[in-house]
Design a binder for this molecule. Structure first.
Ligand SMILES: [Zn+2]
Length: 248
């Protein structure tokens, strides 16, 4: 396929030469595509807006052996509000970093693609606190990557868990309070959020906002995501927790 068109989201860009840039696209059917955008840094280039991170649309590409170049783009959304709101932007940048870590060439990920666009719409246009949208995105992202932690049984003794527990990132799930563990405590409410919400649509996350345990779930799950994805500890701020007792 020398020339083809695909829907995609720009997740990264880097200057390449005086007038060119390399961009990384996330395509639902083709996965990661690194492409050169020739001339896009010239002021009058039609590609000038197409090479910005968060731009989504229909991208027309040309393939020559292993190399891709961007020919044209029909932008469908630039998520423009993000760029003027530093707090929301930091959350969005973190998501793109997650995608950059996870997406592979020639590996379709249509569900993750749709989920990402939906989440970006909430982050850009919605009313939910950005910390909550990020928790929602992380939970969906890890499920779609096949990396959800086990939250309903003890990773040591195998018994079902139906209450407070510990959350062991290394073991990939909960440890019951009868087993020895130095892992952090997790309340039943936070445990249930991490268990149930990866399958809850984004517009229902508003309900979680009223639950006092979601900041705890956000903190514990952030740690899980960063360690599983081998990410450095750069990440947007976490929601504030009402100082309840962490030590059982
Ligand atoms: Zn146990």
């Amino acid at each position: 396929m020398p020339a083809f068109t695909t829907p995609a989201l720009v997740i990264r860009r880097a200057d390449y030469s005086d007038y060119d840039r390399m961009i990384t696209l996330f395509s639902p059917e083709l996965g990661r595509i690194d492409a050169i955008a020739r001339g896009c840094r010239r002021p009058k280039s039609p590609l000038v807006n197409a090479v910005e991170p968060f731009t989504s649309g229909e991208f027309q590409l040309y393939q020559n052996r292993e190399r891709f170049s961007l020919e044209q783009c029909q932008i469908s959304d630039s998520y423009f509000e993000l760029r003027s709101d530093y707090d929301r932007l930091r959350h969005g940048v973190y998501w793109l970093k997650l995608l950059d870590t996870a997406i592979l060439p020639e590996t379709p990920a249509p569900d993750l693609f749709i989920t990402t666009l939906r989440a970006l719409a909430h982050l850009n246009y919605g009313e939910m606190p950005p910390e909550l949208v990020t928790l929602a995105y992380e939970l969906h992202f890890m499920r779609l990557s096949g990396l959800s932690p086990r939250m309903d049984a003890c990773m040591r003794c195998g018994r079902a868990i139906d209450g407070d527990a510990r959350f062991d990132v290394e073991l990939g799930g909960t440890v019951c309070l009868n087993c020895r563990s130095d892992a952090p405590f997790i309340s039943n409410g936070a445990r249930r959020i991490i268990m149930k919400l990866p399958r809850t649509p984004f517009d229902k996350f508003q309900l979680v906002n009223d639950r006092p345990e979601w900041p705890e779930a956000a903190r514990l799950f952030r740690d899980y995501v960063n360690r599983r994805m081998h990410m450095e500890r750069f990440a947007p701020p976490l929601p504030e927790e009402n100082g309840h007792n962490e030590n059982l």
